[in-house]
Design a protein around this ligand. Sequence first.
Ligand code: SAM
Length: 242
Amino acid sequence: MVAVHRVVFSARAPKLAQRILEFEFTREHVLKTLHAEPRTELDRAFQTIVRNRVNRGGILAPGAGLVKHGEGGRGLAQRWYPETLAQRIMVLSAHQDRVRVTQGDALNILEQTPFSPGTVIFVDPPYTAGAKSAGKRLYTHHALDHERLFRACAGLRVPWLMTHEHDPNVMALAWQNGLSWRSVKMVSGHNVTARELVVGRDFRWAEGLGSLLLPGTVTQPSLFGPDNNLEQVETTAEYPPQ
Ligand SMILES: C[S@@+](CC[C@H](N)C(=O)[O-])C[C@H]1O[C@@H](n2cnc3c(N)ncnc32)[C@H](O)[C@@H]1O
């Protein structure tokens, strides 16, 4: 995945967009792309985007199956929107002077970086802290010390926000570290409604933001397309349960 981020925020972004626009989307070409050994980072970025688009649920971890039945009989191509993808890549790429992509252990980065005032941090860990966590299936790198992550976040001196799974273990971690959470309804690409948590130090900042924390539809921006909708925020859960 880091190949995609690196290429998008580099001078190679137009080449990636061009390759997406010129790709002749047939089952044969898709399989050839997925099985090819990438020779360059651009190859790898393109392969990752194709894989994300044709694997069920966009799952990149090994073993994920291919999309079978698409909307409107589009089959494998049900989530292949080349113009949208190319356009988003170019929109993001316009900010390349302001973005530095690094690859490393986020726990070390959170604990050791002297973040300057004005920094705002969004933390999006794999959902692997709960009893029925989905993250183990979704991500190759799913093992994470969630206790350490919560401690690191609680110690940050700059504003931050984390999304996490709607699970008592996560609420307990937040509670133990003096943090708050809000419950958020989200609708996945398969129109499955699930709840997740937004965790933070406090949510006073959101009091005036009716559209975020009151019923209404919030669309989650995504590089990949119109399949991630954050719907509406519900209530504040209590922990420990009364
Ligand atoms: C929910 S996904 C984040 C998706 C990301 N926000 C995006 O839009 O592409 C969680 C990611 O955390 C990564 N991860 C797991 N442990 C990590 C660690 N210690 N440091 C950095 N990343 C880690 C996983 O590989 C996985 O890709």
